[in-house]
Design a protein around this ligand. Structure first.
Ligand code: ADP
Length: 786
């Protein structure tokens, strides 16, 4: 029925109400007819027409009602169906949304689960990490503690170190230092950090620091050097400084660490050793110098005697005396040169030399020497020889003489050949001189060593080596090197040796030589004050051989008696005379002939010339060393007699006075005057009394050791400025208590512009150091005497 009803509804909707009504009417009519006919047939057994008509009517009447009823039902049904379908679609939507939500929900749930899982895992990891962290923190704390302990230990090591330790970053800025360094710079570490070397050190110290820093960084290597550094109180110490670069693990350059070791004591020790050795050499060379005076007499007189009539035996003996004395003289020369080398005082004096004559002179001397030893001597000129070259002839002669005497000394038979060759260029000439002997020769292994100081080949073949010092070759080689030349040797043991001297010298125009050579000096009247007979004889023969006339005085008094201002052209005054010094003679002469023009007064000294200005100050016009040499005499005459340019003006009035003062020093009162500023002290004591002066002296005595320590360290450091400033303090302090002598010396020490300041400063400092206590004693004595 339900399906039928639906069928109706669908049909109604499909056909529309009209057609459906007609269809329904037809159906109802048909139904009514069927039912009427059926029922009538059953009951009546027949069917009338009326029955059919009635049925049709019935069907037609009932149809509208049925249609209306059905359509209402249908409408309602339709309405409810539509509502229903709307509902259904809504429900569908809802369901769909529900499904979507459900899906989302599931997804979220899955996500949530995942997150939860992750969170659980993270939690676990966190817990693990926490444990690790705790461990790590613990470890770190432990290591930190250990580190702190270690660094405290290290720090105390570093601070306890007497060496300087500091570090600077890559920009050269200080980042730390130890206590020794703090003491040096007079700053706490915290004050030092952040400063640059320029802000810490003086300018010159800083520049060396920066220079060495750059070297370390540039070459990526450590460096060690020595440097003077100054403490805040002015004291200086000599440090051996080592700088080491340091890098991070990844090779980044972080800076450098510096270590400084105070080696002042070592330096002092070294210097005193050096000084002692220098003094020893100076002593030896002074002695040698002294010995050369009598030796010169032996050489001169033996040569003179050789010109007299002698029998053969006497002549032979005399020749031996002469050659031995010449050899000894050469040895002394070497010793004196050695001292000069030591003091770096040896200077070459290159002058025009007639080389041809020079070779001839060597040839004749060598022939004479060879003859005496029964050897041959030959001179070979391989090429043309330049006539005039510029060279220090004395030194070249010394070298050749050395080689020639060695050649003859180490040769028993055969001879010596000297070969000279010259390669002449436009302005200079290369000269080669070979000296070849047929002597004992030198073993190969010794060839280089023989040029070392004091080296002598050890040999058991006779005592050929007995005479000699092992100095000659060393000095000769140094001399040749100074001339930009050299000496080399080749030798075959048992057969002989060849020494080769090579050097290059400028060529000189012959004409210049003639004008420059002071040979043609006019004959002079020379006054000579010399007390040693031997020296007189030698000098007299030398001067006379040069064409001069000589008048001799042998004592100071005799000199004063004999001296005539118009008679003499030149006077040589020996310094050490039996009755007075040459300076005294000069002073008296100058005083006596004040107004007149004196001949030049030239000092003769047997001492090693220390400082010429000293002689000039003490009244001399010049000074020459004894024994007199032809060159020295010619020089002096050229300079002083042939030239009006006399250095008298150099001697100033003050120095003359000081000379006078020295001679008066014998008297006690004068001594006070020399050492103390008596005028100042007298008025001082008169005004304030003795006590304050004594107090000042006490204070001075307390201050001086400090001053002297600073002065000493600066002397070692050769720091002129600091020496001067310390000397200035001493001068002030000494002046304030009337120590005139110390004040005067300190005044010199504080005047670095004065000539030869560096040469004298050590003497002045020594004088201050050694004399001030004595002067204080004298001052106290003087105070007592009042
Ligand atoms: P000295 O001759 O005073 O010993 P030198 O410095 O002149 O000192 O010479 C050093 C050494 O060289 C000599 O002692 C000698 O052993 C060796 N020597 C120098 N010249 C010769 C030479 N011509 N023949 C052999 N040996 C020589």
């Amino acid at each position: 029925m339900k399906n039928l009803a639906q069928y109706y509804v669908d049909l109604l909707v499909k056909l529309g109400i009209l057609r459906f009504s007609i269809l329904l009417a037809l159906a109802l009519v048909a139904l009514a007819v069927v039912v009427q006919v059926g029922l009538t047939l059953v009951f009546n057994g027949f069917v009338d027409d009326i029955d059919i008509i009635r049925s049709v009517f019935f069907g037609l009447i009932i149809t509208p009602w049925a249609v209306y009823f059905l359509s209402v039902v249908v409408d309602q049904l339709e309405e409810s169906r539509q509502r229903l379908s709307k509902l259904v679609s809504k429900l569908k939507d809802m369901r769909f949304r529900d499904q979507e939500l459900n899906y989302e929900l599931q997804q979220n749930i899955a996500k949530l689960n995942q997150e939860i899982e992750e969170r659980i895992k993270a939690e676990e990891a966190r817990k693990e990490a926490m444990v690790d962290l705790e461990n790590e923190v613990y470890q770190r704390e432990k290591t930190q503690m250990e580190l702190a302990e270690q660094s405290a230990l290290l720090r105390s090591f570093i601070d306890a170190s007497p060496d300087l330790i500091y570090y600077r970053n890559a920009n050269g800025i200080f980042s730390g230092c130890n206590r020794a360094m703090e003491e040096l710079i007079g700053k706490r570490e915290s004050e030092l950090v952040g400063l640059s070397p320029q802000e810490v050190y003086t300018e010159d110290v800083a520049s060396l620091v920066i220079e060495t820093d750059e070297h370390v960084f540039k070459n990526n290597c450590s460096i060690t050097y020595e440097q003077w550094l100054e403490y805040p109180d002015g004291r200086k110490s000599y440090f051996e400084i080592r700088k080491v670069p340091f890098y991070s693990n990844d090779g980044r350059h972080l800076g450098l660490v510096g270590f400084g070791r105070d080696i002042t004591e070592r330096k002092r020790h070294e210097e005193s050793l050096e000084k002692a050795s220098r003094e020893k050499t100076t002593f030896i060379s002074t002695v040698s110098h002294e010995l050369r005076t009598p030796l010169n007499g032996i050489v001169g007189l033996s040569r003179m005697l050789l010109d007299t009539k002698l029998d053969d035996e006497q002549r032979k003996h005399m020749q031996t005396i002469n050659v031995s004395a010449v050899t000894l003289g050469n040895i002394f020369n070497d010793i004196i040169d050695m001292d000069k080398f030591d003091r770096r005082k040896l200077e070459l004096i290159p002058e025009a030399l007639n080389f041809e004559d020079f070779i001839v002179e060597i040839d004749s001397l060598a022939s004479l020497m060879a003859e005496q030893k029964g050897l041959r001597f030959d001179l070979d000129r391989l090429t043309d020889i330049p006539s005039v070259i510029e060279v220090d002839a004395t030194r070249l002669r010394q070298v050749l003489w050395n080689l020639l005497s060695n050649a003859m000394k180490f040769t028993r038979e055969g001879g010596v050949v000297m070969t000279v060759s010259a390669d002449i260029h436009e302005s200079d000439v290369e000269i080669l001189i070979d000296i070849e002997d047929t002597g004992v020769g030198i073993p190969d292994a010794e060839l280089e060593k023989i040029f070392a100081m004091y080296y002598q080949v050890k040999s058991d073949k006779g005592n050929l080596h007995a005479v000699g010092t092992g100095i000659g070759l060393a000095v000769s080689k140094q001399l040749m090197n100074m001339m930009n030349g050299d000496i080399s040797v080749s030798s075959e043991e048992g057969f002989g040796s060849t020494f080769t001297v090579s050097f290059t010298a400028p060529l000189i125009d012959d004409s210049m030589l003639i004008t420059e050579m002071p040979c043609e000096q006019k004959s002079l009247n020379i006054f000579m004050v010399e007390d040693i007979e031997l020296n007189v004889t030698v000098a007299r023969s030398l001067l006379e051989s040069l064409g001069h006339t000589v008048t001799v005085a042998m004592t100071g008094q005799e000199a004063l008696d004999k001296f005539r201002v118009d008679t003499f052209d030149l006077a040589f005054l020996d310094i050490q005379l039996p009755d007075m010094t040459g300076f005294d003679v000069a002073k008296i002469i100058r005083e006596r002939f004040e107004e007149q023009s004196l001949p030049p007064l030239v000092a003769l000294t047997a001492n090693v010339l220390k400082d010429k200005s000293e002689y000039l100050k003490k009244g001399m016009d010049d000074v020459v060393s004894k024994p007199l040499s032809v060159a020295a005499i010619k020089d002096v005459i050229d300079k002083l007699v042939n030239d009006d340019n006399r250095p008298e003006d150099i001697i100033n009035e003050m120095d003359k006075q000081s000379g006078q003062e020295i001679s008066e020093m014998a008297h006690e009162e004068q001594k006070y005057h020399q050492i103390l500023d008596i005028d100042m002290l007298t008025s001082y004591v008169d005004i304030v009394g003795v006590k304050p002066v004594l107090d000042s002296i006490e204070m001075f005595e307390e201050l001086m050791p400090g001053y002297i320590e600073v002065l000493d360290s600066n002397m070692m450091a050769k720091d002129q400025d600091s020496i001067v400033s310390e000397a200035h303090k001493i001068k002030g302090a000494a002046g304030s208590i009337g120590l005139a002598r110390i004040q005067k010396v300190a005044q010199k020490a504080q005047t670095p512009d004065a000539p030869a300041w560096w040469e004298n400063i050590s003497d002045w400092v020594d004088e201050i150091k050694n004399e001030y206590s004595k002067d204080i004693q004298l001052l106290k004595q003087w105070l007592e005497s009042r």
